[in-house]
Design a protein around this ligand. Structure first.
Ligand code: NAD
Length: 224
């Protein structure tokens, strides 16, 4: 399904930083926001085909109820979900398509695929991941750095820097005695996530029921 299709979407956490970015980006395509909710706020003006949740794990139960009520697919980027939350999402995915990712930046997901495919060529090399984020980010190492390490299937040191306003940089470095290979991703702004979220929403609009990661979106979008 092309990006020229219009979405009728719902948004949970619509007043948050990501919520505002998603509204702003989606509006450039003429998509219609027909349902939005935030803490102590709700506006239902139509039936969404897909619901997007970038809020808090505390919203999950009601988000799932809304997906069932509207028979709408779910795209969820909210972090900090526990095992029980994932069970609830899996249960929902038995009736509608669900796309869950802790990082909707497409480039990060492509980088992960590259590491899964070619990482074993670097067996025997030293490896490390350096991640740099703005000084407001609380967790270290970043979830994305851990995800990239896991995609290599080997232990690597992760070095985390928190400095200024840097939005998000991940560099995977391999080195042997004679050479260095660096593979790097930089998120320039929240737009990086909004672009991936819209692709995931278009995917969810036409997908069968089931639980999906961003890899399924990539596989479907002609990006491979
Ligand atoms: P934010 O704090 O700016 O926004 C969160 C919004 O959700 C707020 O407006 C808040 O009032 C609202 N909210 C909280 N509890 C709610 C509830 N029970 N019901 C409805 N609304 C509720 O945060 P943000 O930067 O926009 O991030 C939101 C979430 O998305 C976080 O979990 C963050 O880690 C995650 N995130 C994920 C990705 C990704 O690619 N997966 C990228 C960025 C942020």
């Amino acid at each position: 399904m092309g990006s020229n299709v219009n979405l009728r979407y719902g948004l949970v956490g619509s007043m948050g930083k990501m919520g505002r970015e998603i509204k702003d980006y989606f509006s450039t395509f003429g998509d219609k926001l027909v349902f939005e909710t935030d803490r102590d706020y709700i506006n239902e003006s139509g039936r969404p085909d897909v619901i997007i949740d970038f809020s808090s794990p505390t919203a999950l139960v009601s988000t799932i109820e809304y997906c069932k009520k509207y028979c709408a697919g779910l795209v969820i980027g909210t972090t900090g979900l526990n095992e029980e939350d994932f069970d609830k999402l899996k249960e929902l995915s038995q009736s509608v398509p669900v796309v869950q990712s802790y990082n909707f930046a497409e480039g990060v997901n492509i980088l992960k695929e590259i590491l899964e495919m070619f990482g074993s060529y670097f067996d025997g090399w030293d490896g490390a991941i350096v991640e740099i984020h703005h000084n407001q980010k609380k967790d270290a190492p970043s979830g994305t750095a851990i995800m990239l390490k896991n995609s290599l299937g080997r232990e690597l040191p992760i070095s985390s820097l928190r400095i200024g306003g840097i939005f998000g940089e991940h560099t995977v470095i391999f080195s042997n005695a004679g050479e260095v290979v660096k593979i790097s991703h930089t998120a320039l702004s929240r737009r990086a996530f909004a672009i991936g979220v819209r692709k995931a929403a278009l995917f969810a609009m036409q997908a069968e029921k089931g639980f999906n990661s961003y890899r399924d979106v990539l596989r479907n979008s002609g990006n491979h």
